[in-house]
Design a protein. Structure first.
Lengths: 197, 197
DNA sequence: GCATATCTGGACTAAGCAGTCAAGAATCAA
DNA sequence: TTGATTCTTGACTGCTTAGTCCAGATATGC
């Protein structure tokens, strides 16, 4: 290892703080000062460690995905009943969305914010990929449910998967704009009911 | 009438241009220069005629609602079959969302943008009211459908209305992030299918 | 202790922003 | 024509922003 003065802060913790700020305020509305204040580090330390604002945002999105989205995806692929996994998924979304302070989903918030200006920014591409992998996971679980006889054979996996992802995104959006736990539960129950057809 | 030099531009057309800019870029990302350029008027004319940036945004939201959202609400309340009106509603949303350049819905975009910072800005309150009136309209149409025997009596109007509004918001969000016509159609068909239960 | 390498803090730069000001132009009433 | 009123144009102000520079601090390897 090369010598030199060591970092005075924990990189992972600092990144986590950055995630929180971006999550609450969005990308543009967050200033470098907001970030340094919450992360508890100096301006130069931020630039040394994370590059510019956009790089930091990229890392924040990635960290958020690992912490929040990946576990959701894992629910779908849990061993046991695919239909139960789908139900569990939506109940968890309702739960997750109504805890915390209506921050919504960092990826959704960011997608909306960037879609207007940088339609093909690397950040936006990453987010789109993540949502696509959600749809793929959903489709696979649906297929497994059909094979297991838990879901009707008449179901078109692609159609249902797209529909469920749509509902999912709707819940994230409602959460951001201040929906109550009851509201989110109702939507989740609607999604679950739509499996029985 | 008081004398004075008359406006050199059409107020309504200028406002329409402002709607387009805010719709494409969002509130923060839109500068006064962006606005004056697209509206074809000078800086001072903008301030004289519309007040500050936030007032202009308020007027833009209102104009957007009158032009885009109100007709959607009217579909639900059209005379004839309530169930058909609900179907028509979702097909129209899919159509509306995939025309244009993935601008999504101005009210959704704005809600996401403001929810992070000014949680109780007047603009946000207006938008929330608009969505609430959509849910009320939805609920009423559902009740009419039940009374007419088109929808099952076991349906809870509140639950279904909330669910459908959630799907609706999901479609708006997907549209903003670049969903294709096919994707939106699949979600719409899912919503329609969920009426038969 | 000394050389080397990295980190930190604060001042700084250049650009972009919303909003204002003042001087001139266009209209109407009399 | 003259005066009152409103619109237009362009320069301007004060502020915030992302990102840079540099001097000093703190570590390691020898």
């Amino acid at each position: 290892m090369v010598p030199g003065r060591p970092l005075e802060f924990n990189r992972t913790e600092a990144l986590q703080s950055a995630v929180e700020v971006f999550w609450e305020k969005g990308y543009q509305a967050t200033s470098i000062e907001d970030l340094t204040a919450r992360m508890g580090i100096g301006r130069q330390s931020l630039y040394n460690t994370f590059g510019d604002k956009e790089s930091l945002m990229s890392e924040a999105i990635e960290a958020y995905f690992q912490a929040a989205s990946a576990p959701m995806l894992a629910i779908l692929q849990a061993p046991g009943s695919p239909a139960k996994n789908l139900k569990m998924f939506f109940r968890r979304v309702a739960e997750h969305c109504s805890s915390g302070e209506h921050k919504g989903c960092l990826m959704v918030n960011t997608a909306v914010e960037f879609a207007g200006t940088d339609r093909d920014s690397p950040i936006l591409k990453t987010i789109r990929n993540r949502f696509q992998s959600l749809e793929r996971g959903m489709r696979q679980t649906i297929r497994q449910g059909i094979e297991a006889g838990e879901l009707s054979k008449r179901i078109d996996p692609l159609q249902l998967a797209t529909f469920l992802v749509g509902i999912f995104q709707g819940m994230l959006l409602m959460s951001k704009t201040g929906a109550s736990r009851e509201t989110l539960d109702r939507v989740a129950e609607g999604a679950i009911a739509s499996l029985k057809s």
